[in-house]
Structure formats: structure tokens, C-alpha cells
Design a protein around this ligand. Structure first.
Ligand SMILES: C[S@@+](CC[C@H](N)C(=O)[O-])C[C@H]1O[C@@H](n2cnc3c(N)ncnc32)[C@H](O)[C@@H]1O
Length: 256
């Protein structure tokens, strides 16, 4: 396993329990919006790339699709298997990377979906290209992630905060870059949906894999520029909420 993948596996083994219960990840309205934005044909065979504890897989299975979920973290895969057990052989979960040959054995897929994975990836084009390769012609690729500000100063501050709170964080894309990633691997008819969500700073920090103290990250967060996609607001009681943006981009593999 590559060293970044080893770091990811270990970080997500440690945070799997808190991640599975986190308000942003479990929000049923957000999951319903993701399923609607994916807009998949009935009974699609879907690759859930970086499936985590199976929250997205469960939403897609409940909508009538079949799932092959893959994740580097065994704690995440164990949780996904337990969560989706009731769907029987409509759900399969594999421990490993999306680049492993075992994933290819299930191809071609009707669709591939990843949520909140891209900002942990070192080579986003490779990550998206791998999924595109595994699709049938006409297959659908859905990328959903927390986005950042195109302004270099705001973006660089946002990335510093994220990386200090989570050592496996690589980089957030802007909404436009999410769409461009799909186009760069040959997908067409790209659609984009953007929505807000709110992080509670304490809840968010406490389930991270930090490389700085909470006080240091709080200070950097409150002292930063205003950024689209990552805007802290301190409440009267001292609690900090962060107003964020998430984008979901969807493209189709033309087969040309
Ligand atoms: C933030 S979690 C998101 C989990 C899930 N998609 C969700 O939204 O609930 C990111 C997950 O991606 C997994 N991951 C990152 N890179 C991966 C790769 N190359 N192959 C498989 N899983 C990967 C990590 O192990 C982690 O569990």
C-alpha cells in the first residue's frame, strides 16, 4: 500500500465511529439530495468509491440500486457491511483501494459515486480517470465534495486550517474544478448542484486527525479572510459554526 493510503487507512480506522455518527455525514436530507442529483437509471450497479461506513451506499440501496463499495479502512468497511447487511447480495464491500484489480472484476459499472473523498486524494485526475475506466459507455460519474474559494489567498488559508485539523487532507477543489475534472477524463453533459452545510467547529475538530492543537486551529480559523465555502461565525455563547459549500458534479461517459 502507498504511504498516503496507509495514512488514510489508519486515520479513518481511528475516526470511523465518530464519522459514522457525524451530523453532516448522516444528514438524511443531504443524502436524499445526492441520490436525486445522481439521477441514476433504475437498478444501477454503482461503485461507491471510498464508501466509508456505507451511508451513501445505504441511501443508494434504499433507492433500488446495487452497490460495490470499496474503502482503504477496515473499520469503515466493517461498518458498511453491518449497515447494509439487510440488502443481502445487492451490496458488496471490498477492503482496499479503488485502483486494486479486485474492483475491476465487478466492472463495467452503470455509475460511480464518491462523496467527501476527493479532498483526501493526492492525484484527483487519476482518481476520477480510474472510475471513468470502470464505467460502461453511457455510465454516470458523480463527484460530491466540500469546495473552496477560487481566490488564492482565501483558498490557501482554508487549506492550512483543513490540513492542521486533518493530516490526510490534500486539497479542496472549487466547484468549477470539480466540473473540469469530469471533462478532463472525457465525460460530457456535466451538471452541477451546489448547497450549503454547517459544521460545528468542536464536533468537526474532535473527529479529525490533527497535527496542531485545537486552540491553534481555532485561532487560525477566526483570524482568516472571508472565504467562499468556509466561513466561520462565532455565536454569542462562544460556539463556532462554519458555513460551508458542497458541490455535486455529474457527468456521462459517452463511449467516444
Ligand atoms: C471522508 S470519508 C467519506 C466516506 C463516505 N464516502 C461518506 O461520504 O460517508 C473518505 C473515505 O475515503 C476512503 N478513501 C480515500 N482514498 C481511497 C482510495 N484510493 N480507495 C478507497 N478508499 C479511499 C477513506 O479510507 C475514507 O474512509
Amino acid at each position: 500500500m502507498r504511504s498516503h493510503d496507509r495514512d488514510l487507512a489508519s486515520a479513518f480506522d481511528d475516526q470511523a465511529d465518530r464519522f459514522e455518527r457525524a451530523p453532516v455525514q448522516t444528514d438524511p436530507a443531504a443524502l436524499a439530495k445526492l441520490v436525486a442529483a445522481a439521477d441514476l437509471p433504475p437498478d444501477s450497479l454503482v461503485l461507491d468509491a471510498g464508501c466509508g461506513p456505507g451511508l451513501v451506499a445505504e441511501a443508494l440501496l434504499s433507492a433500488g440500486h446495487r452497490i460495490v463499495g470499496v474503502d482503504l479502512s477496515h473499520e469503515m468497511i466493517d461498518r458498511a457491511r453491518r449497515r447494509c447487511d439487510r440488502f443481502g447480495d445487492r451490496a458488496t464491500f471490498l477492503l482496499g483501494s479503488i485502483h486494486d484489480p479486485q474492483v475491476g472484476a465487478f466492472a463495467p459499472f452503470d455509475a460511480s459515486v464518491s462523496r467527501y473523498v476527493l479532498h483526501h486524494i493526492q492525484d484527483p485526475v487519476l482518481f476520477v480517470a480510474r472510475q471513468a475506466t470502470l464505467l460502461r459507455p453511457g455510465g454516470i460519474l458523480v463527484l460530491s465534495d466540500h469546495t473552496t474559494d477560487p481566490d488564492p489567498e482565501a483558498r490557501s488559508w482554508h487549506m492550512r486550517v483543513e490540513r492542521l485539523r486533518d493530516r490526510t487532507h490534500t486539497s479542496n477543489a472549487t466547484p468549477g474544478e470539480l466540473a473540469d475534472l469530469l471533462t478532463s477524463v472525457g465525460l460530457e453533459s456535466v451538471r452541477m448542484m451546489e448547497e450549503t452545510f454547517t459544521l460545528d467547529f468542536d464536533e468537526w475538530f474532535d473527529r479529525g486527525s490533527p497535527q496542531a492543537t485545537k486552540e491553534a486551529v481555532r485561532g487560525l480559523l477566526l483570524g482568516g479572510p472571508l472565504a467562499h465555502g468556509f466561513r466561520p461565525r462565532q455565536q454569542a455563547d462562544g460556539k463556532i459554526l462554519i458555513e460551508c459549500w458542497r458541490a455535486t458534479a455529474r457527468g456521462i461517459k459517452t463511449g467516444r
